[in-house]
Design a protein around this ligand. Sequence first.
Ligand code: AMP
Ligand code: MG
Length: 425
Amino acid sequence: MIQKSDMTILKIAECNAGKDGKVLTVDIAAGKALAIAVATGRRQILPLGEAHGRVVCEQVNAASSVPPFDNSAMDGFAVSSQSFRGTGPWQLTITDRIVAGENPNRDIAPGEAARIMTGAPMPEGTDTVIMQEHCIRQENSIIVSQKPVCGRHVRLAGEDVAKGNMLLKRGTHLNSAKLALLAAAGIGRVDVFGKVCVGLMSTGSELLEPGEQMVPGKIYNSNRYYLLSRLNHPWIEIIDYGIVSDDADAIRKLVRKAAAECDILISTGGVSVGEEDHMLDVLAKENAELEVLKVAMRPGKPVTVGKLGKTLYFGLPGNPYAAAVTFEKIAWQAILAAGGSAAKAFEPIHAISGFDLNRKPGRTEYVPVTWSETDQYGRPIVRRLGRGSSASLLPLAEARGLATLSPDHAAISKGDLLQVECIEQ
Ligand code: AMP
Ligand code: MG
């Protein structure tokens, strides 16, 4: 996780720059959001079966070794490697039979063998398992013609995990493998952070819900569905406040309610300075402390980040591509931090530009890209999708990734190295 103390990028002179409407870089704006994100102090102890996707709030150590005892990795015969002196073949007497879940009945001496099944404990005196396919079974003995390698087909106690070892760090998301690992190490319940409560609000008198009858002048609300889907994580609880029209009183009432109910509030639309953009007035009346008003990015210049009391607030632009990109680049890392997560919001890969583009420098630009070929180093050669309209969703929906064009890059040429963040397909 980016530590707040590590945020040397936040140069003192620029720290308050957002309040008076100065345009901030994406990094500074995202850093400011992260700096005011507070992890919920709430904790829960959950049985493993209910903990999928939740965030661990304490380091977890193994309660038991994995495997807990030396055991056979094969169906075969447990023997002592001391039995194989001189030249073979060797005949060993079968003196015991051990199945998984049972304990050996007796010790095994050199010259003896125990019939053993996969997962059964190795008897005292043995160190090697001979696969049943590698010996000839006679009534009460086996004939072994090839000397076995000492230790073969034995899983030693603790060889996967030793008791007391660290399994998971604080801030880890519990996925299937991690939950299985905890189970294997004898941990039945896990301490996790309480869910982060995120409120969603779609502002705009022109908005209709998909499925409703189209009316002239209206458009369907798409931001709501981008955000509902993106926030659909087991560690997040969403309160969906739906659509609110461009009416300052209605917005104010709902903002006040949401600020009382949510850890984080995200609204879309109405954050510019148009006559029907009421969000900034409402925020001022509600005594919000704003850190970010404008960001040098394309799409998405007007983005509001601040605090409404204890609630972290993101005012994203209304245009759908801009809402999506500002969510990813400004809000998501802070939301992760609020959930106690140590995950990085993005881990870009190197890609090669397959397009030429002349652009006005000054803003960080995010370009939806796709690819079907790679260069000799395996780097994707990316094609640009769409024409960069902040209202267009189709290019983003077709994209395999989002390329970042840095603010000082006026011309992108074929063959240039680009940073691309992959989009979940
Ligand atoms: P605004 O940021 O409110 O000025 O809105 C900018 C543009 O985005 C306008 O064309 C709006 O109609 C559109 N828009 C606002 N909210 C949404 C939404 N939830 N879904 C789709 N488009 C939206
Ligand atoms: Mg609007």
